[in-house]
Design a protein around this ligand. Sequence first.
Ligand SMILES: *Cc1c(COP(=O)(O)O)cnc(C)c1O
Length: 352
Amino acid sequence: MTIRYPVSQPWLEGRELDYVTQTVRDGWLSSQGPFVGRFEQAFADYNGIAHGVACSSGTTALTLALRALGIGPGDEVIVPEFTMIASAWAVTYTGATPVFVDCGDDLNIDASLIEEKITPRTKAIMPVHVYGRRCDMDAVLNLAYEYNLRVVEDSAEAHGVRPIGDIACFSLFGNKIITSGEGGICLTGDARLAAQLKHLRGMAFDPGHTFLHKKVGYNFRMTSMQAAVALAQTERLDEILARRRDIEKRYDDGLAGISGITLMPARDVLWMYDLRAERRDELRAFLAEAGIETRLFFKPMSRQPGYLDAGWPSLKASVFSEDGLYLPTYTGLAEADQIFIAGKVREFYAAA
Ligand SMILES: *Cc1c(COP(=O)(O)O)cnc(C)c1O
């Protein structure tokens, strides 16, 4: 079955081509080209944060953030059960141990369950704004203050949610709210952390480039070609978010009152339009027949083969992962297509 409505596709209606053409024409393709700094500045300004450090992905942004905060072997980091695996892997890459906390009804980390997981080894909390819903950051920051923990926000799915942690990490993968194909960026208000992020991103060269490396760094740099696209996307971010708000509203309206599905709490910014569905897998097959692609919810971290040693706790996150899916959600999704998609969902349950 051919896909007529993919779950995601980029919206490249700004100056993307113009800027990429400039990088090729000028011959500045690598991370040393001018667009990296321009994108970092534009994205930081958009968020009202002093410093941006662009890098190769959301995953590497999270890894850099943890390393810049000095997290490593022997440390523990609080990570939600309900997230994309990269949140947990970034902790694992540093040699630290992720400690998982179940989600609440909004799919975000249940802040009331965090405190019981804090130990003397806990160094940081990584809240994730899942599908564009902002976490209860007041509760997270209060705990962080009380236990002297750092806060690394996984904002991969939440461009437009104002960062407030020590470092916020965004993904620019092709299916995210804005994209550079592959890419990521860390935001921080702390100049010393920003310098540390840049140091680790670029092979931890010493300032004089004497080829002395006092730390194990990375090549997690972003190219100027990617940054050219990311800058053009950032320039249109307000418009992208507004269009996505309209998409959320239209799905809310189009799917209202269908018995068999449960709509989810409103989002702060729309990444993916998520819902819960009875007979989910049959619904997915029915939609696929009509060319409508869907995706499943995340599977909890402590159900992943790499993290089974966390035990087999009874989780709300498992319940959601059994019946959750998301519908095509992209900035260019036309109203008529949404009406068609919502109509197909209605048809499936009406036939039951
Ligand atoms: C996409 C995503 C990431 C990883 O970003 P990449 O750019 O794909 O490495 C991390 N965390 C969450 C919550 C994500 O959705």
